[in-house]
Design a protein. Sequence first.
Length: 411
Amino acid sequence: MNVQNLGNNYPKLISHMKTSGYSKIYVDRFRREIEKILSAVDSKEWSCYRDVYLEYTKTSQSPDYLRNKRTLIGVIEQFDINGRYPDGRRRHELFQRGAYPLLSPEFKSVIDYYCETEKKRGKKVSTIYTESHNASTFFLSLQQKGIDSLVKITEEDVLSIFMSSDETLLRSCSYKKNVAAVLKACIPCHPEACYRILAFLPALRETRKNIPYLTSEEIQKLKESLANGENSLTLCDKAIGILALYTGLRGCDMAGMTLDSVDWDRDIIYIRQQKTEFPLELPLTAIVGNAIYDYLTSERPYTESRYLFVSQNKPYVRLKSRSIGNVAVRIMKAAGIRQSKGDRKGFHIFRHHLATALLGNGIPQPVISRTLGHTSPDSLEAYLSADFLHLKECSINIDRFPVPKEVFSHE
């Protein structure tokens, strides 16, 4: 293992971390780890940084300790081999995770072909990841049954992955769709086998859960907490909350917004949706614009980052979807709503509220679909179950049908 480059250049890494605002304790950890590697490399039979990590697994089984070592060694490896400095966002993994590394060469080739083909077609990276991951677990389950090639797969083997012996459903309809997507993409290289396995996939009914909704009382409390200047919410929290409440934007789309997403001259918000990659243009209302303006002028740190919402501490990096989701939790806590175990707390429920509110006010469905950025008109159907105002108009008078009083009794 050649560490000459690391020995010559690691002071640059330490200097970068100091100027980027990393804590002294964190920087010292990296310095000690690098010095330990440099001093021990001659006496150890290390061929790569993975071997450095495996040395620690011989002396400790603590998950937290080993996770910390993976992070440290992973960052050092990226700096030494690729010249990449830590940016506070990307955590380098020393090992490939998931089912794919465990697959047979033929099953791996199927996944590889799918990923390469769909990437060229322009499919979203996140979709490729999800579909290939599900297909990898599908193939690994078959492999654990002693099947290592497509021609050996039988209908019985496939059904056993989706259904138990007592016909209990083991896999969801979306899982089946993802596996089917990979098989369909690989038809050109394995036509007979892929068509045969596709025919083995069971017919599963797609189910939808009831859409959770915000009550009028909860909406009032949310608005009060977002307008209150004396609670624990930051201006960033309030800007994100008001943006979600009045536009219905997804958390990932708010995380991806840049300073250019807000056109102050034309009073519009323009984004490219993360989920569909379709552009979306929304009006910039006064309440939303004022909240964003207050955050930009009074709280947002000075940084060269073009992302709208950034962290409050150095290095000032964009808020990711998880951080945006945590904002929703803080807002609901400040409003004193949805604090019971199991209550839906994410910003998606704000999106549900906007859809049902527009439906309840008689806004045409195509307009609502465009507002929410739906690419399919069928996407709105799930929200109809919470449109109580119009659902009541569909109710049937039961006066003609005598019902025993016990039916309505609470005893």
